[in-house]
Design a protein around this ligand. Structure first.
Ligand SMILES: [Zn+2]
Length: 329
């Protein structure tokens, strides 16, 4: 592995695109963020690739000094690209970046797996061989690295913990089924539980606090209300912790990871539900898995860039394009 090279990581998220230069030891030396855009024709893709080139040049680097380029995308990368939240022509974009940067290839991976890889390399999963990173925002995604290898599954659906059934015949989900974890433990699920709590608990109006989420994903107001003892918010956080603990315990039975990390917007409020989450996890866990550590992720919004760079580094070392059987240890 060439530690003296710099590796370019690009994290193409639904809410922003982050690019960064990472050295062979995992240090992120510089990064830049731009808004996400749908890149559907050659001119748009070329313009984006030129932005990347400008970023590299602004950092005083020549593309010939790059050891590799990694691209994390928000969706499935298996026999083609499936990214329901971003309408971008990925093959065209990849071709534009390859041509503009004059690099031999780009190592592509799923963004949740990139985040898990970043945490495994430089974050809270350091020195662990297996990590399950669950990202909780408006939805729930997860990245899975087992024995140093990204696990994406035959259909690219491994780690889709957000769509694990936690309440049979429960709330309808965007995937077409009912009772999925993300309907209860995402920001959206938390707000829904808050809004349904008065009826569920049979509360009288005088028992309700003054709090009202301003949107369907306004978890912050619910957490603020929970701090003030609002019964609806306490009910919502209890459901969130219980369902998440249940799902993590089931995942642990299959994967038995060295550590479980929580990332995404809600993880910043982890202290609001961690005690209940640990309690639920232990309650539902197979005895051998009960003591698996659960912690917030530590790299924040740079984990995808660092993970994409790591993927590029490993692929470059093995002199080939992206694969899902990579050994990252
Ligand atoms: Zn679902």
């Amino acid at each position: 592995m060439d530690e003296d090279k710099l590796y370019l990581g690009i994290d193409y998220g639904g809410n922003g695109v982050k690019m960064g230069l990472v050295d062979g030891y995992g240090n992120l030396s510089s990064s830049r963020t731009r808004p996400t855009a749908n890149l559907t024709d050659a001119d748009e893709c070329r313009a984006f690739a030129t932005e990347i080139l400008d970023f590299i040049h602004d950092m005083g680097i020549y593309t010939s000094e790059l050891g590799g380029v990694g691209l994390a995308i928000p969706g499935i990368v298996e026999d083609g690209f499936l990214t329901p939240n971003v309408n971008t022509d990925w093959p065209l974009l990849i071709e534009s970046i390859v041509r503009t940067l004059s690099v031999p290839s780009i190592a592509v991976l799923n963004d949740a797996n990139a985040a898990a890889l970043g945490e495994l390399w430089m974050g809270a999963g350091e020195n662990k061989h297996s990590v399950l990173l669950v990202t909780i925002g408006s939805g729930i995604g997860s990245g899975l690295v087992v024995d140093g290898r990204i696990v994406s599954g035959v259909h690219g659906a491994a780690g889709e913990i957000g769509h694990m059934t936690v309440v049979p015949d429960g709330r309808p989900c965007s995937c077409g089924r009912r009772g999925c974890l993300e309907r209860y433990a995402s920001a959206r699920g938390l707000v829904q539980s808050f809004n349904e709590a008065a009826d569920e608990l049979g509360l009288f109006p005088e028992q309700l606090g003054p709090f009202a989420p301003v949107s369907e994903t306004d978890a912050q107001t619910v957490f603020l209300a929970a701090k003030e003892g609002d019964p609806r918010a306490l009910y919502a956080t209890e459901i969130m912790a219980d369902k998440l603990g249940f799902a993590l315990a089931q995942a642990a039975c299959v994967v038995d990871p060295g550590i479980i990390l929580l990332g995404g917007g809600i993880s910043a409020s982890a202290d609001q539900f961690f005690d209940e989450l640990h309690e639920a996890f232990r309650k539902y866990s197979f005895p051998a898995c009960r003591d698996i550590e659960i912690r917030p992720a530590t790299l924040g919004d740079t984990e995808g860039v660092v993970g994409a760079a790591r993927h590029a580094m490993v692929c470059a070392e093995q002199d080939r394009v992206a694969s899902y059987a990579d050994d990252y240890l």
